[in-house]
Design a binder for this molecule. Structure first.
Ligand SMILES: CC(C)(COP(=O)(O)OP(=O)(O)OC[C@H]1O[C@@H](n2cnc3c(N)ncnc32)[C@H](O)[C@@H]1OP(=O)(O)O)[C@@H](O)C(=O)NCCC(=O)NCCS
Length: 176
Protein backbone atom coordinates (compact mmCIF):
# COMPACT_ATOMS: atom_id res chain seq x y z
CA UNK A 1 0.00 0.00 0.00
CA UNK A 2 1.22 3.47 -0.88
CA UNK A 3 0.13 6.59 1.00
CA UNK A 4 0.88 9.62 -1.14
CA UNK A 5 -0.26 13.18 -1.69
CA UNK A 6 -3.56 13.43 -3.59
CA UNK A 7 -3.27 14.30 -7.29
CA UNK A 8 -5.92 15.86 -9.55
CA UNK A 9 -6.47 12.43 -11.16
CA UNK A 10 -7.44 10.96 -7.77
CA UNK A 11 -10.36 13.33 -7.14
CA UNK A 12 -12.99 11.13 -8.88
CA UNK A 13 -12.06 7.93 -7.05
CA UNK A 14 -11.70 9.73 -3.72
CA UNK A 15 -15.18 11.18 -4.30
CA UNK A 16 -16.55 7.64 -4.61
CA UNK A 17 -14.94 6.76 -1.28
CA UNK A 18 -16.56 9.86 0.25
CA UNK A 19 -19.99 9.00 -1.19
CA UNK A 20 -19.84 5.44 0.14
CA UNK A 21 -18.59 6.57 3.56
CA UNK A 22 -20.76 9.53 4.53
CA UNK A 23 -24.45 8.96 3.86
CA UNK A 24 -25.45 12.28 5.49
CA UNK A 25 -23.13 14.37 3.31
CA UNK A 26 -23.87 15.38 -0.27
CA UNK A 27 -21.97 16.61 -3.35
CA UNK A 28 -19.00 14.29 -2.86
CA UNK A 29 -17.13 15.45 -5.95
CA UNK A 30 -17.44 19.12 -5.00
CA UNK A 31 -16.35 18.43 -1.42
CA UNK A 32 -13.23 16.50 -2.42
CA UNK A 33 -12.39 18.95 -5.20
CA UNK A 34 -12.78 21.96 -2.87
CA UNK A 35 -10.42 20.34 -0.35
CA UNK A 36 -7.95 19.34 -3.06
CA UNK A 37 -7.90 22.92 -4.34
CA UNK A 38 -7.37 24.29 -0.83
CA UNK A 39 -3.72 23.06 -0.63
CA UNK A 40 -1.69 23.91 1.44
CA UNK A 41 -4.44 24.99 3.86
CA UNK A 42 -5.69 21.45 3.36
CA UNK A 43 -3.06 18.73 2.82
CA UNK A 44 -4.77 15.70 1.25
CA UNK A 45 -3.39 12.15 0.89
CA UNK A 46 -4.69 8.94 -0.64
CA UNK A 47 -3.98 5.29 0.04
CA UNK A 48 -3.37 3.42 -3.21
CA UNK A 49 -3.81 -0.33 -3.16
CA UNK A 50 -3.56 -2.54 -6.26
CA UNK A 51 -3.90 0.56 -8.44
CA UNK A 52 -7.11 1.66 -6.71
CA UNK A 53 -7.80 4.52 -4.31
CA UNK A 54 -8.69 2.64 -1.11
CA UNK A 55 -9.08 5.73 1.06
CA UNK A 56 -8.11 9.32 1.71
CA UNK A 57 -7.24 11.64 4.55
CA UNK A 58 -7.59 15.42 4.76
CA UNK A 59 -5.33 17.35 7.15
CA UNK A 60 -6.19 21.00 7.67
CA UNK A 61 -4.16 23.89 9.11
CA UNK A 62 -6.35 25.87 11.51
CA UNK A 63 -6.62 29.60 12.06
CA UNK A 64 -4.13 30.85 9.49
CA UNK A 65 -0.59 29.77 8.59
CA UNK A 66 1.26 29.83 11.89
CA UNK A 67 4.80 28.95 13.01
CA UNK A 68 3.27 26.41 15.39
CA UNK A 69 0.45 24.66 13.61
CA UNK A 70 -2.77 23.39 15.12
CA UNK A 71 -3.57 20.67 12.63
CA UNK A 72 -7.01 19.12 12.27
CA UNK A 73 -7.60 15.67 10.95
CA UNK A 74 -10.55 17.02 8.98
CA UNK A 75 -11.70 13.76 7.44
CA UNK A 76 -10.62 10.19 6.85
CA UNK A 77 -12.48 7.56 4.86
CA UNK A 78 -11.76 4.09 3.57
CA UNK A 79 -13.78 2.43 0.81
CA UNK A 80 -16.08 -0.19 2.42
CA UNK A 81 -14.38 -2.93 0.38
CA UNK A 82 -11.04 -2.14 2.01
CA UNK A 83 -12.06 -1.59 5.65
CA UNK A 84 -10.62 -3.43 8.66
CA UNK A 85 -7.39 -4.17 6.79
CA UNK A 86 -5.27 -1.44 8.34
CA UNK A 87 -5.79 1.14 5.58
CA UNK A 88 -7.15 3.79 7.99
CA UNK A 89 -4.23 3.25 10.34
CA UNK A 90 -1.74 3.47 7.45
CA UNK A 91 -3.37 6.65 6.14
CA UNK A 92 -2.72 8.36 9.47
CA UNK A 93 0.67 6.85 10.26
CA UNK A 94 2.17 7.21 6.78
CA UNK A 95 0.80 10.66 5.96
CA UNK A 96 1.70 12.41 9.20
CA UNK A 97 5.49 12.38 8.64
CA UNK A 98 4.81 13.76 5.14
CA UNK A 99 2.63 16.51 6.66
CA UNK A 100 5.43 17.36 9.06
CA UNK A 101 7.78 17.64 6.07
CA UNK A 102 5.31 19.92 4.30
CA UNK A 103 4.98 22.11 7.40
CA UNK A 104 8.74 22.38 7.77
CA UNK A 105 8.95 23.60 4.14
CA UNK A 106 6.73 26.52 5.16
CA UNK A 107 8.90 27.08 8.26
CA UNK A 108 6.34 25.67 10.69
CA UNK A 109 6.21 22.88 13.22
CA UNK A 110 3.34 20.87 14.61
CA UNK A 111 1.87 22.06 17.91
CA UNK A 112 -1.39 20.19 18.47
CA UNK A 113 -3.57 17.79 16.50
CA UNK A 114 -7.31 18.02 16.85
CA UNK A 115 -9.98 15.70 15.54
CA UNK A 116 -13.71 15.52 16.09
CA UNK A 117 -16.08 12.67 15.46
CA UNK A 118 -19.60 11.54 16.29
CA UNK A 119 -19.71 10.21 19.84
CA UNK A 120 -20.71 6.73 18.63
CA UNK A 121 -18.06 6.47 15.85
CA UNK A 122 -15.51 3.66 16.29
CA UNK A 123 -12.96 5.95 14.63
CA UNK A 124 -12.31 7.35 18.14
CA UNK A 125 -10.33 4.20 18.91
CA UNK A 126 -8.29 4.59 15.73
CA UNK A 127 -7.46 8.20 16.68
CA UNK A 128 -6.51 7.27 20.22
CA UNK A 129 -4.17 4.50 19.02
CA UNK A 130 -2.46 6.37 16.22
CA UNK A 131 -2.41 9.95 17.52
CA UNK A 132 -2.66 9.61 21.29
CA UNK A 133 -5.60 12.02 21.30
CA UNK A 134 -7.79 12.38 24.35
CA UNK A 135 -11.36 13.64 24.58
CA UNK A 136 -11.46 17.23 25.82
CA UNK A 137 -15.09 18.10 25.15
CA UNK A 138 -18.36 16.71 23.93
CA UNK A 139 -20.42 19.15 21.90
CA UNK A 140 -24.11 18.36 22.03
CA UNK A 141 -26.08 17.92 18.82
CA UNK A 142 -23.44 19.44 16.51
CA UNK A 143 -23.73 17.81 13.08
CA UNK A 144 -25.95 14.73 13.22
CA UNK A 145 -25.49 13.92 16.93
CA UNK A 146 -23.15 14.64 19.85
CA UNK A 147 -19.59 15.26 18.63
CA UNK A 148 -16.45 14.45 20.64
CA UNK A 149 -13.57 16.91 20.39
CA UNK A 150 -10.21 15.12 20.76
CA UNK A 151 -6.75 16.70 21.08
CA UNK A 152 -3.14 15.49 21.00
CA UNK A 153 -1.09 18.21 22.68
CA UNK A 154 2.46 19.54 22.89
CA UNK A 155 3.95 18.08 19.75
CA UNK A 156 6.60 20.73 19.11
CA UNK A 157 10.25 19.87 19.66
CA UNK A 158 10.68 22.20 22.66
CA UNK A 159 7.63 20.68 24.35
CA UNK A 160 9.06 17.19 24.33
CA UNK A 161 9.66 17.17 28.06
CA UNK A 162 6.07 18.01 28.87
CA UNK A 163 4.08 15.04 30.07
CA UNK A 164 1.49 14.02 27.53
CA UNK A 165 0.37 10.73 26.08
CA UNK A 166 -0.04 12.46 22.73
CA UNK A 167 3.58 13.61 22.72
CA UNK A 168 4.88 10.16 23.58
CA UNK A 169 2.93 8.41 20.86
CA UNK A 170 3.60 11.04 18.21
CA UNK A 171 7.33 11.19 18.88
CA UNK A 172 7.63 7.39 18.91
CA UNK A 173 5.64 6.90 15.71
CA UNK A 174 6.64 10.02 13.87
CA UNK A 175 10.12 11.09 15.01
CA UNK A 176 11.17 14.59 14.05
C1 LIG B 1 -12.99 4.92 10.36
C2 LIG B 1 -12.35 4.24 9.14
C3 LIG B 1 -11.60 5.30 8.34
C4 LIG B 1 -11.38 3.18 9.64
O1 LIG B 1 -10.68 2.65 8.51
P1 LIG B 1 -10.18 1.12 8.47
O2 LIG B 1 -9.24 0.99 7.33
O3 LIG B 1 -11.34 0.23 8.47
O4 LIG B 1 -9.42 1.04 9.88
P2 LIG B 1 -8.21 0.05 10.24
O5 LIG B 1 -8.42 -1.28 9.61
O6 LIG B 1 -6.93 0.75 9.93
O7 LIG B 1 -8.41 -0.07 11.81
C5 LIG B 1 -7.55 0.58 12.71
C6 LIG B 1 -8.21 0.62 14.09
O8 LIG B 1 -9.45 1.33 14.04
C7 LIG B 1 -10.39 0.74 14.95
N1 LIG B 1 -11.50 0.20 14.17
C8 LIG B 1 -11.60 0.13 12.82
N2 LIG B 1 -12.80 -0.39 12.47
C9 LIG B 1 -13.46 -0.66 13.62
C10 LIG B 1 -14.76 -1.17 13.94
N3 LIG B 1 -15.62 -1.52 12.96
N4 LIG B 1 -15.11 -1.27 15.24
C11 LIG B 1 -14.26 -0.90 16.22
N5 LIG B 1 -13.01 -0.40 15.99
C12 LIG B 1 -12.63 -0.28 14.71
C13 LIG B 1 -9.66 -0.35 15.66
O9 LIG B 1 -9.09 0.21 16.83
C14 LIG B 1 -8.58 -0.73 14.66
O10 LIG B 1 -7.44 -1.25 15.26
P3 LIG B 1 -7.24 -2.86 15.36
O11 LIG B 1 -7.25 -3.36 13.94
O12 LIG B 1 -5.90 -2.96 16.03
O13 LIG B 1 -8.38 -3.37 16.17
C15 LIG B 1 -13.42 3.54 8.25
O14 LIG B 1 -14.19 2.68 9.06
C16 LIG B 1 -14.36 4.50 7.52
O15 LIG B 1 -14.04 4.98 6.42
N6 LIG B 1 -15.53 4.76 8.10
C17 LIG B 1 -16.53 5.66 7.47
C18 LIG B 1 -16.07 7.10 7.48
C19 LIG B 1 -15.83 7.60 8.91
O16 LIG B 1 -16.61 7.39 9.82
N7 LIG B 1 -14.69 8.33 9.07
C20 LIG B 1 -14.32 8.87 10.35
C21 LIG B 1 -15.04 10.10 10.70
S1 LIG B 1 -14.34 11.51 9.89
Amino acid sequence: MLVRIMQADDVSEASVVHRKSFSRQSSSREWIEANFNAFPKVIPYVAELDGQIAGYILWSQKSGFRPEVVLELEQIAVHPAFRNKGVGKALIEDSLPQVRGQLSLQGSSLKHIIVTTRADNHAQELYRKTLGVEIEAVIKNLYSDDEVFMVSRHLTRHSRNQKSTGTDIINRLYPL
